[in-house]
Design a protein around this ligand. Structure first.
Ligand SMILES: [Zn+2]
Ligand SMILES: [Zn+2]
Length: 206
């Protein structure tokens, strides 16, 4: 599995290009993402944009990148209706109107897209997902868990501390070699331990 992190801005969500055909989150800056894609692939080779959740910093450029590449947009069915709501998508927090994103594929968890298994991990948002590749043990963790035991906030629209703790528990049952979070650095050392630490921290925090 070939994975490229396309952006390094601390203000934008991470966008990852997987095997040249899948984009895991797209961030807010479509022009930038398209120019990064063009360095690596033919834009029309992009097949699917999988959004880990509805938040604007992950999804804002989805329609623009989809229109330019023809890639289909996939998101969990519980977050799909929130994309167009300025509060629920948090676009308001970024001083933006909610973009008109029309998802092509509604997920419920359990699907496998390009080798990535969809795991429904609600808590940060109702339809948050993580993506896991059994073969390489790569995990895309969205805004559910991050490096060093940190975890997603639950005080935004549709958030639930209880559900987040349950979701992190699910992740501790996986064997993760490398974790690709929605923000911050890629975790390639002791990913399993770091996810367990997130569970401990979240259980104590809430
Ligand atoms: Zn985020
Ligand atoms: Zn988020």
């Amino acid at each position: 599995m070939n994975i490229a992190k396309l952006n390094n801005s601390p203000y934008d969500a991470n966008a990852y290009l997987v095997d040249g055909t899948i984009l895991v989150d797209v961030g807010m800056d479509g022009g930038f993402i398209l120019s990064e894609l063009k360095k690596r692939i033919l834009p029309t080779d992009l097949e699917t944009i999988i959004l880990t959740h509805c938040h604007y910093d992950h999804s804002g450029a989805a329609e623009e990148v989809s229109a330019a590449t023809g890639a289909k947009i996939a998101i969990h069915r519980d977050d799909a209706p929130l994309l167009k709501d300025a509060s629920a998508s948090a676009s308001k927090l970024f001083g933006k109107k909610a973009p008109h994103i029309k998802p092509d594929i509604l997920l419920k968890g359990g699907e496998v897209i390009g080798g990535l298994e969809v795991i429904h991990t609600p808590g940060h948002t109702p339809g948050g997902i993580c993506l896991y590749d059994k073969e390489t043990k790569n995990l895309f963790s969205g805004d559910t868990v991050f490096q060093d035991g940190s975890f997603g906030r639950t005080d935004l629209y549709g958030g639930s501390s209880e559900r987040l703790v349950d979701s992190i528990k699910k992740l501790t049952l996986l064997d993760v070699k490398i974790m690709y979070p929605g923000h911050g650095d890629i975790v390639s050392n002791n990913a399993n331990e770091q996810i367990k630490l997130s569970l401990t921290m979240a259980s104590q925090f809430f």
